[in-house]
Design a protein around this ligand. Structure first.
Ligand code: NA7
Length: 546
């Protein structure tokens, strides 16, 4: 089988292990990338820091962890046999079910033998004259023609910037790095910092076990009922029968989810009564499509307020103590500008007498002590401390790898003022380095599996075409990148998204440049652009043959 470059001719490459492609990460993206490249006959090595496949689903094994995209759609579409044979059991899959699915995929397609587990990539260096990446990973050194970052958008867990955060003597957990060990909170005093999606999913579960639960909330969150339920066999069979069509619709839809509505009416055109009914219908259906009840909720502040006010009123109705209800209700913030949370009995959990909400906006945490958490008011003595403090999203896991080139470029330096990419696939100055769902692509604003499949297929088609045409190097041109960054910013500035203090903007990481990272133009439109680029001989990219 021919390879992109015959590495055995290269003395230096020979002294290292050499591959056509190194892939960093063995989550949904890394596994499918490996599958596709192996189909092309390329020699591929995957490095995975975790002890098994799954990526974010390997690490986020906290109690209550669940996907917020429906399971029948949050799954691979590339294999008809796989999608027909796998049986999802709930509307939203739990983390254990997703993990067993991805393990099944790894076994079914015999992917494990190409993956080195428990191996973290530290650096990647591109030698432009040899057209080779050198990858250093926990003492292993590899050469490869291409490097693909399949590192995930939510994979770099963020420690809280709180004085003494490593001082606590009791059990400590981070939702994004949850250990694969038994735990039992029965009879314990537990503290949770963070009320984003992870906190919202975890808190009701921990409340069921713990003797006392203290939730330290900095910002109240908009959370909607997930409406989770078991799937029945008739609906599963129905979906499976129409899978081909459903997947097609997902690929051209705005969000990568075929079942989400594409609204045509403005919230401001509807009467208050009509809105009340429409929001109530969506609320009962459950899910994040609530903000798709009307077409301008994420475009117009007044329209947004109608949806936010309805949600506020619903939150208040779920909590008995009016003071607690007030503290849990988001104020002065537009709904959906921070990622919406989906919950099962989150707000109702605060009706339990042993669950206490500590509003750390009013009484800030001053330090973490060896015994618990001290606020400006008192010290909370705890047995267990759980950080649900989120991630350095989208760029964090890419920049954890020290990426440089022989012409003296460093990716960390290049992205100091924020990430710059062409299509979220490549960044100028770094030849043969691809990103899957990188900043500048729909990524976290979409069904990730749909966006992953699109990127993987685009990248593997690109490599196949390079091989066919004897091309050794590809990189984005600076002008195409500048135009793309401009386009991404222009689109997001036409929406309300940049007005929220969200991880989409890096606002949750002190010192991180405030740049809205995902592409808001929609999955279908984005796919058309990428297809058009490829069919115009990779317009905006340049090739080198030597
Ligand atoms: P998020 O959504 O970033 O939430 C993190 C939470 O932790 C949020 O409530 C933060 O409050 C809070 N936080 C973070 N740092 C601190 C400090 N230093 N002190 C107090 N509170 C803090 O992360 P998740 O893991 O919940 O969810 C991430 C995504 O994963 C989610 O959107 C889904 O797509 C899946 P803040 O709001 O910053 O005031």
């Amino acid at each position: 089988m021919s390879t992109i470059r015959d590495l055995s001719q290269d003395a230096e490459a020979e002294s290292h292990q050499s591959f056509d492609v190194v892939i960093v990460g063995a989550g949904f993206a890394g596994l499918y990338m490996l599958y596709r490249l192996r189909e092309l006959g390329l020699r591929v090595q995957v490095f995975e820091a975790g002890g098994n496949v799954g990526g974010t689903w390997f690490w986020n094994r906290y109690p209550g962890a669940r996907c917020d995209v429906e399971s029948m759609e949050y799954s691979y579409s590339f294999s008809e046999e796989l999608q027909q044979e796998w049986n999802w059991t709930e509307r939203y899959a739990t983390q254990p079910e997703i993990l067993s699915y991805i393990n099944h995929v790894a076994d079914r397609f015999d992917l494990r033998r190409h993956i080195k587990f428990n191996t973290r990539v530290q650096s990647a260096f591109f030698d432009e004259t040899k057209s080779l990446w050198s990858i250093q990973a926990d003492g292993t050194s590899m050469k490869a023609s291409f490097c693909v970052m399949a590192t995930g958008c939510l994979s770099a867990a963020k420690a809280p910037e709180i004085e003494g955060h490593d001082r606590f003597d009791g059990e400590t957990y981070h939702t994004g790095l949850w250990p694969d060990t038994e735990f039992n909170f029965t009879g314990k005093k537990v503290g949770v910092i963070g009320t984003g999606s992870s906190g919202v999913q975890l808190i009701p579960e921990v409340a069921q076990q713990s003797k006392e639960l203290y939730v330290f909330q900095r910002t109240p969150t908009f959370s909607l009922p997930a409406g989770n339920r078991p799937l029945n066999s008739a609906e599963v069979s129905d979906i499976k029968r129409s899978y081909t069509d459903l997947r097609k619709r997902a690929r051209i839809s705005p969000t990568g989810v075929a079942s989400y509505p594409v609204p045509t009416q403005s919230a401001l055109e509807a009467s208050p009564d009509e809105r009340e009914i429409a929001y109530d219908v969506r609320w009962r259906i459950g899910g994040t499509a609530y903000t798709r009840t009307y077409n301008d909720i994420m475009l117009n502040a007044q329209a947004n307020q109608t949806a936010a006010d309805f949600a506020r009123q619903k939150i208040k109705a779920r909590v008995r103590d009016p003071e607690v209800a007030e503290a849990l209700t988001p104020k002065d913030v537009m709904i959906g500008t921070k990622r919406l949370c989906l919950d099962t009995e989150y707000f109702e959990t605060y009706n339990k007498p042993h669950v206490k909400l500590i509003d750390i906006k009013n009484t800030p945490i001053t330090e973490i002590t060896s015994k618990g958490i001290r606020t400006s008011q008192t010290e909370y003595i705890l047995d267990v401390l759980i950080f649900a403090t989120g991630f350095d999203a989208m760029t964090g896991s890419i920049l954890k790898v020290d990426i440089r080139t022989s012409s003296g470029l460093s990716l960390a330096k290049k992205w100091k003022e924020g990430p710059k990419t062409y299509l979220g696939l490549m960044t100028a100055g770094f030849p043969n380095l691809f990103m899957i769902t990188g900043p500048g692509s729909p990524s976290v604003l979409s069904n990730m599996v749909v966006s992953i499949e699109q990127h993987v297929e685009w990248i593997s088609d690109c490599m196949a075409s390079m091989r066919l045409n004897g091309r050794l190097q590809i990189q984005a041109t600076s002008s195409a990148e500048d135009d793309w960054v401009h386009h991404v910013n222009e689109l997001s500035n036409g929406t309300l998204f940049p007005l929220g203090n969200s991880w989409y903007l890096g606002a949750n990481v002190p010192g991180k440049p405030r740049v809205f990272m995902p592409y808001v133009g929609g999955v279908g439109r984005y796919r058309e652009i990428c297809t058009d680029v490829a069919s115009n001989d990779y317009k905006g990219f340049e090739f080198k043959n030597t």
